[in-house]
Design a binder for this molecule. Structure first.
Ligand code: FES
Ligand code: FES
Length: 156
């Protein structure tokens, strides 16, 4: 079995990982690097629970090979904030009831983080389109939409 060395910066920390060619980015993050906040739901690109940022862009880590992250920057939910100091987006999810069981939440947080880095003052329709790419089985979507809108308003 051929193995490959992947050099990747995860949440600001340089990491070197040896993986098989078929290893998924999601599995590398969870099992090789211990970032269990990246969740796996459908494992075939539908639910968005596994969304992380690669070079700042939201991607499905269940559809991305670990070797594709070589030389790149990956941001996961662990890099957003801490229990003591949530990121503004995490605070907005809490304040607007954007989560219940929390399974989908890391994916929504990373999706919205990437989006809000590039978008100021999004409309409700734009936020609705954005969150439609990920699945939540608990909240309805209104709390998530409210949270993204709230976080957008708090942006400097
Ligand atoms: S686990 Fe990747 S999209 Fe569902
Ligand atoms: S909060 Fe439970 S699936 Fe979204």
């Amino acid at each position: 079995m051929t193995e490959h060395t992947v050099q990747v910066t995860v949440n600001g920390e340089h990491r070197t990982v040896t993986v098989e060619a078929r290893r998924l980015l999601a599995d590398m993050l969870r099992h090789d690097l211990g970032n269990h906040g990246t969740h796996l739901g459908c494992e075939h690109g539908i639910c968005g629970a596994c969304t992380v940022l690669v070079d700042g862009q939201p991607v499905r880590s269940c559809l991305t090979l670990a070797v594709q992250a070589d030389g790149r920057t990956v941001d996961t939910v662990e890099g957003l904030g801490t229990p003591e100091q949530l990121s503004p987006l995490q605070e907005a999810f809490s304040a607007n009831h954007g989560l219940q069981c929390g399974f989908c939440t890391p994916g929504f947080l990373m999706l919205a983080t990437g989006y809000l880095r590039e978008t100021n003052n999004p409309s409700d329709d734009e936020i609705t389109d954005l969150v439609a790419s990920n699945l939540c089985r608990c909240t309805g979507y209104q709390g998530i939409i409210d949270a993204v809108r709230d976080a957008a308003r708090r942006q400097p």
